[in-house]
Structures are given as C-alpha cells and as structure tokens.
Write a protein that binds this ligand. Structure first.
Ligand code: CDP
Ligand code: CDP
Length: 226
C-alpha cells in the first residue's frame, strides 16, 4: 500500500491548474478539490444577496448563512460545487462572478472561512487541491507543491475559448482584463497573496499538451509517494 500525500497546485489564473489537478487525482485515485470554486460560490452568494463585503459585520453575518460542499456527479464524472444545497458549479464560472471574486477573496473573514474547511478536507491526505495559497498557507507541509505558470497570451486564449463556448457575447478584451486584474489583486493582497512556496516546483505549460503536463507531474508525484 502506497502512502497517501497532499499535492498542492498554485499559480496564475487560467494556467491549467484545475486541468492538471483533475488529471493527477484520477491517475492516483485521489480526491480533487477546487479551492477557487469555494471563493467563487461565496462571491455568488454575496452578489445575489447584496452583501457589502467591505463591512466586517455584514460579511460575518452572511458567512453564517453559507454552507459549501462538493458532491460527486456521476454523469459529469467530477465533483461539483454546492452552495446551500444548490448546484452552482456552472454559474460560478461566469465573468460576472470572476469580476468580483478577487475582491471577495481578499477579505480576512472569507479566507478564514474557506481555509478552515479546506484544511479539514485534507485531514485524510490523498488529495490534490488547486488555488493560490494552498502550498503556502493551507498545507504548508504538503509533500508535493507545484507552482504553475504559462504565457499570458496563451492563458487568455485558453480561457476565452472556454467562455466563448458558453456565451458568444464574451470578448477577448474582457477576458484579458479580467485575468490581469485578478492576477494583480491576488498577488498584491495583504492576506495570503499568491506567491510561489519556497519548496514548490515550477511547471510552465505554455508549450505543453495536457498529456505532457500530466506525465511530468505524475513523475514528481510518484517520486514523493515512493
Ligand atoms: O480557475 P481560475 O484560475 O480562473 O480561478 P479560480 O481558481 O477559480 O479562483 C478564482 C479566484 O478565487 C482567484 O482569482 C482568487 O481571487 C481566489 N482564490 C484565492 O484567493 N485563493 C485560492 N486558494 C483559490 C482561489
Ligand atoms: O484552473 P486554471 O484556471 O488554472 O486553468 P484550467 O481551467 O485548468 O485551464 C484553462 C484552460 O486551458 C482549459 O480550457 C484547459 O483545457 C486549457 N489547457 C490547455 O489547453 N493546455 C494545457 N496544457 C492546460 C490547460
């Protein structure tokens, strides 16, 4: 029986973190956890309920009314984000949510709320979690930490394709501005900013296919698992 480890994948917006995390989880028979989906679901709740996230009291009250959980969907063969028993997996990917998520994710109470749940999900190990602060704050002792990056233009193109398939009104400029804005806010906020953990390995997938990125990361994982 191999030992189970925690694998963290952090990096810039839309550089392929969740794609790699899902691939690794499938190969290793681990659980994949999309920490960004949690921040997106909280943002969706705040937007729908007109919660002013600049006010600590309003945030605390709203968080008390939020239950987040991931449930496995056998049709899509993946776990999906639920907000208060509603499947929000698809609606949280909208640009409307993406426009505000980095502001919401910079709020201290929001981070405490999400990080606590993420740490509980990792108690049994055997997980791959992607996000911005997973290797630095959520699981600083994780056995394998990957920091992903890819050229800006490639990241914009990839995310644009994804969003355009769902909504042909979306423009490449909107997507570019959103990625740039989120990367800036995520890496400059006071609490848990996006940065590479000292012991993280960099994976630049600008010129890698999904198969190639998996081969590289799987090799790293197997070295750690033994
Ligand atoms: O998939 P994409 O790179 O577009 O973003 P995501 O992983 O869905 O995360 C959405 C947003 O949530 C990020 O831009 C961050 O503002 C925030 N986030 C965070 O602050 N910490 C995390 N561990 C994960 C996401
Ligand atoms: O999770 P994150 O926002 O970092 O990125 P993602 O959602 O995994 O990937 C963004 C888009 O890039 C998806 O449409 C992936 O299919 C695509 N991708 C790619 O074309 N080539 C790769 N080597 C990795 C991801």
């Amino acid at each position: 029986m191999h030992k189970k480890i925690i694998i963290t994948i952090d990096g810039w917006s839309s550089c392929g973190k969740s794609t790699l995390a899902k691939q690794l989880a499938k190969e290793l028979n681990y659980v994949y956890i999309d920490s960004g989906a949690m921040y997106r679901a909280i943002t969706l709740y705040f937007l729908r309920n007109h919660v002013d996230w600049t006010k600590h009291k309003a945030v605390e009250e709203a968080l008390r009314k939020i239950t987040l959980d991931f449930r496995y969907n056998e049709h899509s063969n993946q776990s999906e984000m639920y907000l208060n028993d509603e499947n929000v997996e698809y609606v949280i990917r909208d640009l409307v949510v993406a426009e505000k998520v980095s502001d919401v994710a910079a709020v201290k109470e929001v981070r405490q709320f999400a990080v606590k749940q993420q740490q509980m999900m990792g108690e049994k190990k055997g997980i791959v979690m992607d996000g911005r602060d997973i290797g630095t704050v959520v699981f600083p002792k994780a056995a394998l930490k990957i920091f992903m990056t890819a050229d800006n233009a490639i990241r914009v193109e990839r995310r644009f394709k994804e969003l355009y398939d769902k909504n042909p009104n979306v423009t490449i400029d909107e997507v570019k501005n959103n990625l740039e804005m989120r990367d800036y806010i995520d890496s400059h906020r006071d609490i848990s900013p996006l940065r590479q953990a000292e012991d993280a390995i960099v994976l630049d997938n600008t010129n890698l296919t999904m198969k190639q990125q998996l081969e590289i990361a799987l090799r790293w994982a197997k070295e750690k698992i033994g």
